[in-house]
Design a protein around this ligand. Structure first.
Ligand SMILES: NC(=O)c1ccc[n+]([C@@H]2O[C@H](COP(=O)([O-])OP(=O)(O)OC[C@H]3O[C@@H](n4cnc5c(N)ncnc54)[C@H](O)[C@@H]3O)[C@@H](O)[C@H]2O)c1
Ligand SMILES: O=C(O)C(=O)C[C@@H](O)[C@H](O)[C@H](O)COP(=O)(O)O
Ligand SMILES: [Zn+2]
Length: 370
């Protein structure tokens, strides 16, 4: 299998996303052209460090690149102020200079946190994403949204800071636990749902074998990245169409906050539930036929995904409380919620004028069915 390259066309800040097997083993030669001196600082998490840090550092050493590494605790709870401060302090102690490169080796938590650290360190240093989860390969490593969660909500503090290079080694996904693989699939299916019905139909057939079939997995990563790169290139800072990538996320982020950014609900699981709710909302508003949400739910179930609020263990707040959490969403304009809705599979659009009572009833019904 060969390595695919997708370019994110952002003028002077354009970069490549390289996707394929064996990229960790050749990380040294991939990263070396970016370096002014042969030294990098790596941010990773403890689980990834145990599995992939030594081979990664070895590959850098073979190209004459020295490295130091900080491994943070694994999991979403890391993506907050305390570990962010720790990472920034460590980079300063390591004397990372303005012209150096920080490497994010890990899933979306590490990529978002390390990218934000790179954005603010000495007012901005370059960084390279080496995504090790399906979710990070198809979504979080591309597009430059970086940041952390706060007590008020998800991703509320951050910066747009594009990586200089993304190395998505599809081989590292072999060690990913099945639950994290399925969570990543939530973002993969999002791409088909938001804008490519052919991709969605291919996923209905190929989805179940992505974990075991490397060729199909590479195709899924490549198509997702192509779609994200195209959207980001035309709307880097989400003035318009980039919001399509937020399909399912208004619901998802409120549910993640309500479950305390814990193992009760992973981000990608929340995306799948959020997409199902967004299609249900679209149907209730008369925008799409019942066939669309029914077909989506059947596919998510066939993939072993969480689909309904009843799939989230433990208590959930009321519909009113969830709506209040949604008010922190970054898409809110003049205090009004905006949603990504759909006229059918592959036909999403940004809606500004969604009646609050319909959303409220939808949430009440979803909670009542638990
Ligand atoms: N910036 C963006 O555009 C964007 C897009 C989507 C999601 N996100 C963010 O990404 C985060 C979720 O990312 P995630 O799902 O990758 O979670 P994660 O980073 O927590 O990784 C999931 C788990 O997998 C482990 N892991 C990582 N790689 C592994 C491997 N190869 N083998 C074995 N275990 C491995 C991690 O240690 C962790 O326990 C959320 O915070 C979400 O908000 C950001
Ligand atoms: O890249 C984007 O734009 C996205 O919306 C991708 C999402 O999958 C991702 O979860 C993102 O972090 C959400 O962005 P936010 O602005 O709603 O925090
Ligand atoms: Zn997401």
């Amino acid at each position: 299998m060969t390595v695919d390259a997708v370019r994110v066309e952002l003028g002077a800040r354009a970069y490549e996303v390289r996707i394929g097997p064996g990229l960790i083993a050749r990380a040294g030669s991939e990263i070396a052209p970016l370096l002014r001196r042969p030294k990098v600082a790596i941010l990773t998490d403890e689980t990834v460090a145990g599995l992939h840090l030594d081979p990664f550092r070895q590959a850098l050493a073979e190209a004459g690149i020295a490295s130091s590494a900080l491994a943070l605790p694994a999991g979403e709870a890391t993506k907050g102020w305390p570990q962010f401060a720790r990472a920034v302090e460590w980079l300063l102690e390591e004397k990372v200079e303005r012209r150096d490169v920080v490497v994010a080796l890990g899933g979306g938590v590490i990529g978002d946190l390390a990218g934000f650290a790179a954005a603010v360190l000495r007012r901005g240093v370059r960084f390279v994403q080496v995504p090790t989860t399906l979710l990070a390969q198809v979504d979080s490593s591309v597009g430059g949204k970086t940041g952390i969660n706060t007590a008020q909500g998800k991703n509320l503090v951050g910066a747009f800071h594009q990586p200089s290079l993304v190395l998505a080694d599809i081989g590292v996904l072999e060690t990913l636990p099945p639950r994290d693989f399925r969570a990543g699939y939530g973002e993969v299916v999002k791409y088909g749902l938001l804008g490519d019905v052919d991709f969605y139909e291919w996923l209905e057939e190929a989805g179940p074998r992505l974990a075991t079939d490397a060729e199909a997995r590479q195709r899924a990563v490549r198509r997702s990245v192509e779609m994200k790169a195209e959207i980001v290139a035309r709307d880097e800072t989400e003035e318009g169409d980039r919001a399509l990538l937020n399909l399912g996320h208004t619901f998802c982020h409120a549910l993640e906050k309500a479950t305390g950014y814990s193992d009760r609900l992973l981000h990608g699981e929340g995306v799948a539930i959020g997409c199902a709710l967004a299609f249900e909302l679209s149907q209730r508003l008369g925008l799409c036929a019942q066939e669309a949400p029914s077909r989506l739910r059947a596919h998510l179930r066939a993939m072993g995904m969480k689909v309904d609020l009843r799939d989230i263990p433990g208590d959930l707040p009321s519909a009113e409380a969830l709506l209040a959490l949604m008010a922190q969403d970054k898409k809110v304009v003049d205090g009004k919620l905006r949603f990504i809705l759909a006229r059918g599979i592959g036909q999403a659009f940004v809606a500004d004028d969604v009646p609050g009572d319909v959303v409220h009833t939808l949430l009440e019904d979803a909670i009542a069915s638990r």
